[in-house]
Design a protein. Structure first.
Length: 304
């Protein structure tokens, strides 16, 4: 089965490597001519060069010249993994088996933007990876393969991405096999059970200390490296908080029985010469363990 792959990010490269390992017939690769447009850009050309795969770069996947180039490769299916531009007709109809996309969520639930970050920030316990036949909607086409995985409280969004890559190693061979089966039929989504996640903004990363401890830590772990990080302010200065953990109150601390307001620094813990603040949240306390900036705070002072 002749495959053309479209992509420009790390997941695109991972899937191309998987296809090569499977000895799939990769007839061509389309990648971006504008790497600066992708925060997780990955250069696919070294792989195509090393394996004598025809490749072309573009900033418009729907242009006539790209349609012509793909058509000349005579693909039976097109894989589109990691491309920011919406795929339109006639490209959607160019290959007999259509265009197959991937979305790291259990669609029809949680279609849309930033699925790994939203899944962690919202405290979901389960997510997954879905391969689907692309149509003119957003992640709305029939499902080819879908498998789920557990989200642990200790996971970061980057951990979830590593799980997605592992899922692809299991699923992509199944997808190729299914598409070669003349009796296979993709499963239509029930879009009445669907929601669409919006694009994340900077405001979504600002910590509100009136949130629960679990919600705050989920937000921090959703946005920690390599993402921009959750933020808070103190004395008019903004800080990036990379890591924090729940602080269980044993009952021995003299301050634990007091009615503290959210955002108050109640104590400073010193470990290996580093002083780390303990902050009151809506329903408990968290220990700040890694941040960016010179944070000078004392007990009884507040974070914004």
């Amino acid at each position: 089965m002749r495959i053309v792959l479209i992509g420009a990010v790390d997941f695109s490269r991972h899937c191309l490597e998987l296809l090569l390992t499977m000895q799939a017939e990769v007839a061509g690769v389309v990648t971006t001519s504008r790497p600066e447009a992708y925060s997780d850009f990955a250069d696919l050309l070294p792989l195509t060069d090393a394996n004598a795969i025809p490749a072309i770069t573009t900033d418009n996947i729907n242009s006539d010249d790209i349609l012509q180039w793909i058509s000349e490769r005579k693909p039976e299916v097109i894989f589109c993994f990691g491309w920011s531009q919406l795929i339109r007709e006639p490209l959607l109809e160019l290959a007999p088996k259509g265009v197959i996309g991937a979305h790291p969520a259990l669609i029809p639930r949680n279609r849309g933007r930033h699925p790994l970050i939203w899944a962690k920030a919202l405290g979901l316990k389960t997510s997954g990876l879905t391969f689907f036949q692309m149509d003119q909607g957003a992640d709305s086409g029939p499902i080819v393969s879908q498998k789920n995985f557990e989200i642990l409280f200790t996971d970061t969004a980057f951990d979830l991405y590593q799980k997605i890559k592992k899922m692809a190693e299991r699923q992509l061979p199944e997808v190729v096999q299914s598409l070669q089966d003349p009796d296979f039929r993709a499963q239509r989504q029930d879009l009445t059970q669907s929601n669409l996640w919006r694009k994340r903004s900077r405001l979504d990363g600002i910590i509100d200390w009136r949130m629960s401890s679990e919600a705050i830590i989920n937000l921090i772990r959703a946005l920690t490296r390599p993402y921009p990080g959750a933020t808070f302010s103190h004395s008019g200065e903004e800080f990036i908080l990379w890591a924090a953990e729940p602080y269980p109150v044993s009952g021995r601390e003299s301050w634990a029985a007091l009615d503290h307001e959210p955002g108050k620094c109640v104590w400073l813990q010193e470990t290996n010469g580093k002083v780390r603040p303990i902050i009151r949240t809506y329903d408990g306390y968290i220990l700040l363990t890694e941040w960016q900036g010179n944070l000078r705070i004392q007990p009884e002072q507040y974070l914004d």
